[in-house]
Every structure is written in structure tokens, then in C-alpha cells.
Design a protein around this ligand. Structure first.
Ligand SMILES: Cc1ncc(C[n+]2csc(CCO)c2C)c(N)n1
Length: 220
């Protein structure tokens, strides 16, 4: 692992406590199934993935990273984990009673704007920003499970276990590409990449949190 990826890991390590304090993650840890936040999360995530996946594919292609896993993700759009949450939500509520917000919520808009802006700064900054998505989910799921905060028997265990396992090779390939490219770009661009990754990590946290904050279209 090179310097750049070590820095990326450092950014995520530092952000981990704020994920542990996130109300959405805390509810998952308690095994508390909150239908409305879950359904809001799924809705926003479909919006997010519609934009994320084509960008991710484009940048990975530019670095000649292509794997089976990625192609599968493009096809599925996280259908499996979304279905897991959908089933949980339906277990606790009559889904017709839940008002899902159909607007773009602030973290969705903010995150996607950030990815667009990063793309304008070139492939290295773009890949750094996009890396936040698989990296945060993989890292967070692994930490929650390893730290014993997410155990088998918890209704969300399968969801976190899915993300712990998926995408390993794509993430490894993209981290390797980032390390290699980091050697070729200027210090300034490297710094921009790291900042873009940092911002993606913050948006990932906000993205979970926003699902808890809406009720009937209003802030709680
Ligand atoms: C906001 C948000 N962030 C990350 C993911 C997780 N995720 C989305 S696509 C993908 C695979 C990329 O190869 C992964 C791990 C999500 N669903 N929603």
C-alpha cells in the first residue's frame, strides 16, 4: 500500500467515530427497524446510484479497471441490499402508510454535485471522489462487524455483511490505480484528490443521516 492509499485510510479512520454517532447507523446497531428512514434511504440511494454508476464506470474504464463485480453492480444497482431493507421495513409497517419523500434530499444533491465538480478536475480527483462510495461501505461494514457492534441475529447483519464482502476486487484495483496515479500527478492534484475523498466521506455520513431527518417532507 502506497502513501496515497494510506492517507485515504487515515481519512476514513478519523471519520469512523462520526459514523458510529450517526443516528441511522445507531438504529441499525440496536436492530431497530424504522420503516420511514429505511424507505427514504432506498429512494434516495436509487437516485444516487443512477448518477454514480455511469460516472464510476467511465472513470474506471479510463484507468482500464474492469471487473465482473462492477458489471454486476451496473446491472443490479444494489438490488439485493435494497431488497433486504425493503423487506425489513415491510415487516414492521403497512408500507402504504409511509410517506416517502420524492424530492432530492440535500445530501443527495450535495454528494452528486460534489462528484460532478470532482469530475471536472480530471480523472485522478474524480476517481478519488468516487472511491468514497465503495470504500466507506466496505470499511464501515467491516469495522462494525469486527468491533462486535453488528452481530449475527441483528436484522441488519446481512445488509452489512453484504457490503463487507462485495466489491473487494474493484476496491483493491481502484486503490492500486490511485496509488500508481498519485505518483504521476502534482502535489497540488494529489491534495485535491485527498480533499475530494474526504468530502465524499462526509457526504456518505450525511447521506445516512438525512434518511432519519425527514418526516412528511419536513425536518424533525
Ligand atoms: C450513498 C451510497 N454510498 C455507497 C453505496 C454502496 N455502493 C454503491 S455502488 C457500490 C459498488 C461500486 O463498485 C457500492 C459499494 C451506496 N449504495 N450508496
Amino acid at each position: 500500500m502506497g502513501t496515497y492509499v494510506k492517507q485515504i485510510e487515515g481519512v476514513m479512520k478519523e471519520a469512523l467515530p462520526s459514523f458510529y454517532e450517526n443516528d441511522f447507523i445507531k438504529a441499525c446497531e440496536r436492530g431497530e427497524i424504522l420503516a420511514e428512514p429505511l424507505l427514504n434511504y432506498i429512494y434516495q440511494d436509487n437516485i444516487y446510484l443512477d448518477h454514480f454508476l455511469p460516472m464510476f464506470t467511465k472513470v474506471l474504464k479510463s484507468y482500464k479497471i474492469e471487473t465482473e463485480t462492477l458489471l454486476q453492480f451496473q446491472g443490479d444497482q444494489d438490488t439485493e441490499p435494497h431488497q433486504m431493507m425493503d423487506i425489513l421495513a415491510k415487516e414492521v409497517t403497512d408500507i402504504n402508510q409511509v410517506q416517502v419523500v420524492k424530492d432530492w434530499l440535500p445530501a443527495t444533491t450535495g454528494y452528486l454535485n460534489h462528484l460532478d465538480e470532482s469530475d471536472k478536475k480530471g480523472n485522478f480527483v474524480s476517481l478519488s471522489a468516487l472511491a468514497g462510495c465503495p470504500y466507506v461501505y466496505g470499511y464501515l461494514a467491516e469495522r462494525l462487524i469486527e468491533d462486535g457492534k453488528m452481530k449475527p441475529g441483528n436484522p441488519f447483519f446481512e445488509w452489512f455483511d453484504f457490503y463487507k464482502g462485495t466489491d473487494g476486487q474493484v476496491t483493491r484495483d481502484l486503490l492500486a490505480a490511485l496509488d500508481k496515479e498519485a505518483e504521476k500527478v502534482s502535489e497540488d492534484v494529489r491534495q485535491q484528490g485527498l480533499t475530494a475523498f474526504y468530502q465524499s466521506v462526509q457526504f456518505e455520513n450525511d447521506f445516512f443521516a438525512q434518511a432519519m431527518e425527514v418526516q412528511d417532507g419536513k425536518k424533525r
